[in-house]
Design a protein around this ligand. Structure first.
Ligand SMILES: [Zn+2]
Length: 398
């Protein structure tokens, strides 16, 4: 179905603008094309000394110094290492996209080429596809929610190949749902909070509570202010997207802050939906939500909602989309340092990825060398000279 048809179906589902948004799918994963060409990097971890390079340390750029890549991690001694002169360039920790929907190895390759060395998938199925994308040396390292929790009859449930046996109808099904995801290897739990007609409050509450009982983060999909309210009530950890109907108010932002909720606004995909011209929905509401959340001191992470799902009208590009997201976050009031933190140290902390997100001896050698100074101009992150994923160099996208 084409974009117009998709939008029309969404609008037919409900009369209110907010209800129309319930049709914005969160989970776009589906069996990928196994035939996707797998580019051989031929790379192996090596010893490299990057000299004269300024390093983003999470607060500012350091004076020019030497960073050693030793196998798969950041090392200490440059002795005997191949030397690369990093004069004029900035070394960033490998970028983290906190919201994608993986499709196949090609999507991993595209992410890697843009310096996105970690991708947090927020719904993908079947589990065998997720497994096939894990642990691929030299490519983007992933984490995944696997199958998301959604109600029978939801837009999500009608996406191609959605496992109907995993639909959730009531709170009593929450323990079984979460246990099944944990057994499949899901790294965290994704809950589709779409109103009206989606999961009810009691079921969202139960899913969040059971996720926590398993030590898993609860991630909510919310694209209306009503859904945000439900997610906050349920005590989820990470609230993905921001409302397109009414901007988050300062009072709601204060609730995020008080509960230490984390926001992944995904402005890139919100911008795309705003441009569809659906009455009552606007990108301005999304942008103003980020302004309110940032002002309240809420932790904000960079995520794109990149996907290649047939029939979904907005498909942010893998890799390139994250650089656009950083620009949108800066346009919404984050400092360039805030934006860089939103795609490095902060998602690593939030998702417990303690081996990455900063450039420090012993951490994974996930690195992006860019020409120029992204603290002065965030667009500089696009000027990628070199990328290392787990110490293996990967040719950047031209
Ligand atoms: Zn999504």
């Amino acid at each position: 179905m084409d974009n117009r048809e998709w939008t029309r179906r969404g609008l037919l589902k409900a009369t209110a603008a907010g209800a129309a948004l319930a049709s914005v799918p969160a989970a776009l994963g589906a069996p990928g094309t196994a035939a996707a060409a797998e580019r051989t990097t031929g790379g192996r971890p090596e010893r490299v000394a990057l000299t004269n390079v300024r390093v983003f340390d999470g607060r500012a750029l350091s004076a020019p110094r030497t960073v050693v890549i030793d196998g798969g991690v950041i090392g200490l001694s440059p002795f005997g290492a191949r030397t690369i002169d990093g004069k004029g360039a900035t070394l960033l920790p490998g970028l983290i996209d906190a919201h994608v929907h993986l499709e196949d190895v090609g999507t991993l390759e595209q992410l890697t080429g843009y310096g996105v060395t970690t991708a947090l998938d927020m719904a993908c199925w079947p589990p065998s596809l997720v497994d096939s994308l894990r642990h691929r040396p030299g490519l983007t390292d992933i984490r995944s929610a696997g199958v998301p929790a959604t109600a029978p009859g939801s837009t999500e449930s009608m996406l191609p190949g959605f496992p109907q046996s995993d639909l959730v109808d009531n709170p009593a099904q929450a323990p079984g749902f979460v246990a099944a995801r944990v057994a499949e290897g899901s790294d965290y739990i994704k809950i589709i909070v779409d109103v009206p007609g989606g999961l009810d409050q009691a079921t969202i509450n139960a899913l969040s509570a059971v996720a926590h009982a398993y030590g898993k983060l609860a991630n909510a999909h919310t694209v209306t202010s009503a859904a945000v309210d439900e997610a906050l009530l349920a005590g989820v950890d990470v609230i993905h997207h921001v409302p397109l109907d009414t901007a988050v108010t300062s009072a709601v932002a204060a609730r995020y802050a008080a509960g230490r909720r984390v926001s992944v606004p995904t402005l890139t995909v919100m911008e795309g939906f705003g441009a569809l011209g659906i009455p009552g929905l606007s990108y301005a509401a999304a942008r103003d939500s980020v302004i309110a959340l940032h002002k309240a001191g809420v932790r904000i992470l960079a995520g794109t909602d990149s996907n290649r799902k047939q029939g979904i009208p907005v498909q942010p590009a893998f890799g390139a989309g994250l650089h656009h997201e950083l620009e949108l976050l800066v346009a919404a009031g984050l400092s360039t340092v805030d934006a860089l933190r939103a795609t490095t140290v902060l998602p690593a902390q939030t998702f417990g990825l303690h081996d990455r997100g900063v450039i420090s001896p012993g951490r994974r050698a996930d690195l992006v060398l860019v020409d120029g100074d992204p603290v002065s101009d965030i667009r500089t992150t696009r000027n990628i000279q070199r990328v290392w994923a787990g110490g293996i160099e990967y040719a950047p996208v031209a």
